[in-house]
Design a binder for this molecule. Sequence first.
Ligand SMILES: Cc1cc2nc3c(=O)[nH]c(=O)nc-3n(C[C@H](O)[C@H](O)[C@H](O)COP(=O)(O)O)c2cc1C
Length: 181
Amino acid sequence: MHVSQAILSRRSHKLFRGTVVPDVDLKHLLELAIWAPNHKFTEPWRFTVLPKRSFDQLWLAVQDAADTDKARAKLMKLKEIIDGAGAAIAVRQVRSPDQPERDHEDYAACAIACQHIQLGAWERGWASFWTTSPGFVGGKLVDFWQTTPDERLVGVLFLGEAALDMPAVRRHCAESLATWL
Ligand SMILES: Cc1cc2nc3c(=O)[nH]c(=O)nc-3n(C[C@H](O)[C@H](O)[C@H](O)COP(=O)(O)O)c2cc1C
């Protein structure tokens, strides 16, 4: 698959078929992630890999973290995602609070690492979605994903075999958003 094809055809998927994403694919995705551009080679990313066999731990943590009625009402939706997904990778950024410019650049670099994972997964036939939803990453779940006090959780990428085709939501025309000098 060419890069442009992967970019244009990748869509976010939240409903998966329960197929396990093998460790060999997860390792490949980490290899792609670390080749994201990063200013001054800070390599600010850290990863927490959750293979399917460890998903019970996630479900327990998600239930434990749902400490309001509103959060509990959403649990069955989260369970559907957990049951279907075949793996997850959390991307964490090492923060530099005393160097705001570096911190800003490092967040950008981690976001690119996330996209490398999504595109690499898609190339291997795995759909994905990136979540920052409180139900998956909020409150105590920051610890579940092994985020240390000097880090920020950039996102969790759920991966799996797509259950449905996902149509693209229309984008504004690129030309209308561009200023040419
Ligand atoms: C920083 C970030 C956070 C996101 N968080 C969520 C999320 O919590 N839940 C969700 O369903 N999608 C989330 N997404 C995915 C977007 O909703 C998705 O990329 C967008 O709808 C465009 O769809 P596409 O990925 O199919 O092009 C997130 C994306 C980014 C970049």
